[in-house]
Write a protein that binds this ligand. Structure first.
Ligand code: DX5
Ligand code: ZN
Length: 214
């Protein structure tokens, strides 16, 4: 299991110590939530924060853009050092816009992911599945850390797993929101490959919490 701690929940008054703990943990990805105050009702970080955090870390930088203008922000965060960009299907103007954006991110040599909100059907990613490196199932409404896991996400993971197998796609399944030891295990059993966790990791012993999700 790939574990991607979400720095939305990092204690920024204690950054160095928490990053040192992360380095000791089994996490291989770092999840970076970008929010624009429009697509979701919250603001998070700009590119400088990513560049600074990344300096001393040997982790895959997994950037999740929850923004109305994914074209603008994919560019900004790739320049800042993202290894992968995941944007929202709901933020695309139409299918063509989504296909073009997938192509653009790949052209820059980065991994590309497509995310769907809790009320968006898994079948809506079908037409894009072969072109994707990752599909992100949001298991809470995007915007805030610390929310409870939405149960229906388990069935969505199973459905997505089938879709990926049937289409011969190599896309990973990532799950984000309300992940802890118990919900993480259920996502793993349903077919998830990557677990994002913010509050569960940073509000506990970081090394131990990551271990329980592996
Ligand atoms: C929410 C973000 C998540 C968030 C998860 O919109 O996409 O990555 O950090 O936080 P927890 O793990 O606390 O639910
Ligand atoms: Zn996220």
């Amino acid at each position: 299991m790939i574990v991607a701690p979400s720095v939305l929940s990092l204690d920024y008054s204690d950054t160095k110590k928490q990053l040192d703990e992360l380095k000791k943990s089994k996490a291989t990805w770092l999840h970076f939530d970008v929010m624009d105050g429009h697509f979701v009702k919250n603001l998070s970080f700009g590119p400088h924060v990513l560049t600074t955090l990344k300096k001393d870390l040997d982790l895959f930088i997994d950037v999740h853009i929850m923004v109305d203008n994914p074209w603008l922000f994919q560019q900004i965060f790739i320049e800042a050092g993202a290894d992968g960009i995941t944007f929202h299907l709901e933020a695309c103007k139409d299918d063509d816009d989504c296909f073009k954006l997938i192509k653009e991110i790949k052209k820059k040599g980065k991994k590309v992911g497509l995310s769907i909100k809790p009320n968006t059907k898994v079948s809506s990613v079908k037409k894009f599945i072969k072109d994707l490196d990752l599909v992100l199932i949001m298991s809470v409404e995007p915007g805030f850390g610390g929310q409870s896991f939405i149960e229906e996400s388990i069935d969505k993971i199973k459905e997505l797993k089938k879709l990926i197998e049937q289409s011969g796609s190599s896309a990973l399944i990532e799950v984000d929101g309300g992940i802890n030891e118990e919900t993480g295990l259920r996502c793993k059993n349903a077919g998830a490959d990557v677990l994002v966790a913010g509050s569960y990791i940073f509000n506990n012993d970081i090394v131990k919490a990551v271990e329980t999700l592996c």
